[in-house]
Design a protein around this ligand. Structure first.
Ligand SMILES: CC(C)(COP(=O)(O)OP(=O)(O)OC[C@H]1O[C@@H](n2cnc3c(N)ncnc32)[C@H](O)[C@@H]1OP(=O)(O)O)[C@@H](O)C(=O)NCCC(=O)NCCS
Length: 166
């Protein structure tokens, strides 16, 4: 049975490992190893995640995790980016556990948090241009493509911005 819950200190290692593995699985073919390693080092290190599971407010609602037999198999989180506007900042699964509905459950709980606790009526997400492991999921959830964003520091890795009413 899979339990969806708010993450705490005991999930730090699992979140780090799921995000690291999913990041390689998602971007290994399209992004340089150097870039991937830097993102993983900056965002998915234990110290940072420990801070992110202990802090929770409307700007960052904390991590939610999908846990099976004590093992983290998925992780996600988001926050508000404007009045009534939420964003999904991160959503990753153990790459061997896709298409079982786990991503849906994590997105649902994050969406519920943003609506009920923070008054969100709209939700955004950034996806790497052409990420066919992510885009069909968001489209199935009613997200619509809005615009392209070329990151100043890494103009090669274009992001697509999607949004939906919630
Ligand atoms: C994106 C992700 C979190 C989705 O989670 P998931 O558990 O695999 O998705 P679900 O099983 O809940 O699927 C939900 C819906 O999306 C659809 N879907 C998901 N991935 C799809 C794909 N690659 N192609 C077509 N449809 C897809 C499913 O058919 C399902 O539709 P339905 O509800 O109408 O039946 C997960 O696949 C993942 O970790 N992908 C790689 C990492 C990534 O790209 N993350 C997003 C970064 S922004």
């Amino acid at each position: 049975m899979i339990e969806i819950r708010k993450a705490n200190e005991s999930h730090v290692e699992g979140i780090s490992s799921v995000c690291t593995n999913a990041y390689w699985a998602t971007y290994g073919e399209t992004h340089s190893n150097e870039y991937i390693e830097r993102v993983i080092k900056d965002y998915y290190n234990h110290e940072r995640i420990l801070g992110e599971v202990t802090e929770s407010n409307c700007d960052w609602g904390g991590y939610f995790v999908a846990v099976e037999k004590g093992k983290v198999v998925g992780a996600g989180g988001g926050g508000m980016i404007d009045n009534r506007v939420g964003e999904l900042f991160v959503l990753y699964l153990d790459p061997t556990r896709r298409n079982e509905g786990i991503g849906t459950k994590l997105l649902d709980i994050i969406t519920q948090q943003q609506k009920e606790e923070c008054g969100a009526e709209e939700q955004w997400v950034s996806v790497q241009k052409g990420n066919m492991r992510g885009i069909p999921f968001y489209e199935a959830k009613g997200f619509k493509f809005q615009h392209e964003k070329v990151p100043y520091e890494n103009p090669t890795y274009i992001k697509w911005r999607y949004s939906r009413k919630i």
